[in-house]
Write a protein that binds this ligand. Structure first.
Ligand code: 13P
Length: 253
């Protein structure tokens, strides 16, 4: 059985004190919750202060992006060791906003995936089709390309430490959610791909999260699906009460 993961991607929201307050509020609300792994991904500037605010709790910290090099002349970038020393265990890689707005490609996603694993961070690798691709029946083709690109040259031991997030681009921040059946079908497809590349045992270890307008109102039915092992939550992760409800729904609470 895979332990569900509920990850909050705060994107470019929450300044210093706001981030600490949100993290402290979540810590308080979630202190009796077991059986789910909760990850929060604040902006870089708040990683250290949020790390202190959740210290000693079960909440885990993640970065929203990173460079694949350990250090160097890369103005504006953040390295895997910087994330690690700020307290991160996870890092989001290849989010569709980074692919669309910041020229992220399957090749850079692959470099980041390999580097995060080398330094001991678990990558949350994002894949998902745009609306026109879904309408042209290209969802599986697009997702296959992204998954194979991200996992190129990885061994099954490393693959077992990764998390995949299926985030259909048309569902992100739009209020439109994939139906539980639509999402489950793509999740099954992703696990099948990983199984044929890296073996069934390895594929069964990997959490495949769903992301795209996940809210307390729809999380339960999504998370009940057999292939949906958690959620990557944007907007609703900025509200402690909503995020708490999503976390609780993942364990049938
Ligand atoms: P929303 O939950 O705001 O749609 O964002 C999803 C997302 O992009 C999480 O990474």
């Amino acid at each position: 059985m895979r332990t569900p993961i509920i990850a909050g991607n705060w994107k470019m929201h929450q300044t210093g004190q706001e981030a600490v307050d949100l993290a402290s509020g979540l810590r308080q609300r979630l202190k009796d919750v077991n059986g789910v792994r909760v990850v929060i991904c604040p902006p870089f500037t708040s990683l250290l202060s949020v790390s202190r605010a959740i210290e000693g709790s079960d909440i885990l910290l993640g970065g929203q992006n990173m460079h694949w090099e350990e250090k160097g002349a890369y103005t504006g970038e953040v390295s895997p060791t910087m994330l690690l020393t700020a307290g991160c265990k996870y890092v989001i890689v290849g989010h569709s906003e980074r692919r669309a707005l910041f020229s992220e490609t399957d090749d850079t996603v692959n470099l980041k995936t390999k580097s995060s694993l080398k330094f001991g961070l678990s990558p949350i690798i994002c894949v998902g089709e745009r609306l026109e691709q879904r309408e042209a029946n290209e969802t599986k083709e697009v997702v296959e390309h992204q998954v194979k690109g991200a996992f190129k040259d990885l061994n099954s031991e490393d693959v077992g430490k990764t998390v995949v997030a299926y985030e259909p681009v048309w569902a992100i921040g739009t209020g439109k959610t994939a139906t539980p059946e639509q999402a489950n079908e793509v999740h099954r497809f992703i696990r099948g791909l990983l199984s044929s590349e890296f073996g069934r045992e390895c594929a069964e270890e990997i959490n495949v999260l769903y992301g795209g307008s996940v809210k307390p109102e729809n999380s339960r039915e999504l998370l009940e699906m057999p292939e949906i092992d958690g959620a990557l939550v944007g907007g609703a992760s900025l509200d402690a009460q909503s995020f708490e409800k999503i976390v609780r729904s993942s364990i049938g609470d």
